[in-house]
Design a protein around this ligand. Sequence first.
Ligand code: APR
Length: 265
Amino acid sequence: MSLQRLRDPGMVVFLSGAGISAESGIPTFRGPEGYWTVGAREYHPQELATFHAFSQMPEEVWAWYLYRRSVCQAAQPNAGHSLLADLEQLLGERFLLVTQNVDGLHLRAGNSREKTYEVHGNIDYYRCAVNCCTEHWPLSQGFEDFAKGQKASAEQLAQLRCPRCQAWARPHVLWFDECYDEVTYRYESSRGAARQAVALVSVGTSGVTNLPLQMGRMVAGRGALLVDINPESNPFSQLAQESGGVWLRGKASQGLAQVMQVLKG
Ligand code: APR
C-alpha cells in the first residue's frame, strides 16, 4: 500500500487546517458563529479579517479577535494534536509542521516552535500595524475571557499599541487582503520544504488558501507522496488520488493514528 512510502528516507511535511481543531470544538472561520455585528451591520469574516477593515475600525476588529482568542484559549488540544506532537518526537529531523491555524493548539500540544511554521500567524500575539519592526509579542494578561461583542476597555486599548513606536498594534495574523512573506509567515521556507519532502500529509484543510495548495501541487507534481486526511472531498484529496497518493477519508485523529501506525512499523 502506498502509505508505506511514508517510511522512505526524507522529510515528511504535515500541513494542518481548521479541521484538526474541530475536534477541540473551535468553530470554523466560515461557519455561522463567524459573523460579527457592528452597529446595524453584519460582517462576514472575510470582510473583517482584512487590513482594510482594521484601518477603518480597529477597535471592532480587535474586539472580534479578542473574542476568538478567548474561544481558542478555552479549547484543549485533542488526540490529533497529540499525535502530531508524538510524530515530531518519532521523526525528529524528518518532521515539519506547517499550520494554517492561528489557535496555537499545536504548540500547546507539544510541537516545537522550531518545527512549527504558523503560516497564518498566531492569535496569542500582536505586532506593529505600521510595520516599524518585524517583532511580535505575546498579548499580556488581562485579555482573557472576552465575551462576544465585548470591546476592549480604555486601559486595554492603551496596551494594544506597538511597544516600539506606539502606533496601533494588530493581531499577528495574515489577513485576506495581505500576502504571505518569509519573515512573518515562513513563505519561502514552506515552499522549500514542499520541494524536498518525501511526503506531504494534509489534515483538515479545505484547500482554499494559496500557499497550502501550492505545496500540495508541488509535492504531487514531482511524484512525491500526498496523503490527505479529511472526511470531505477537497482539492487535496483529489490531488492525492490523481497522483497515486492516499485519501484517508475520516477525522484528523483517526487518520493521524493510521499514519503513526505505519511510521512506527
Ligand atoms: N477532521 C479532519 N478534517 C475535518 C474535520 C475533522 N474532524 N472536521 C472538518 N474537517 C475538514 C472540512 O471537511 C474542511 O475541508 O476541515 C476543513 C476545514 O476547512 P476550512 O474551515 O476552510 O479551514 P482551512 O482549510 O484551515 O481554512 C484555510 O482560510 O479562513 C481562512 O485563514 C483562514 O487558515 C484559514 C484558511
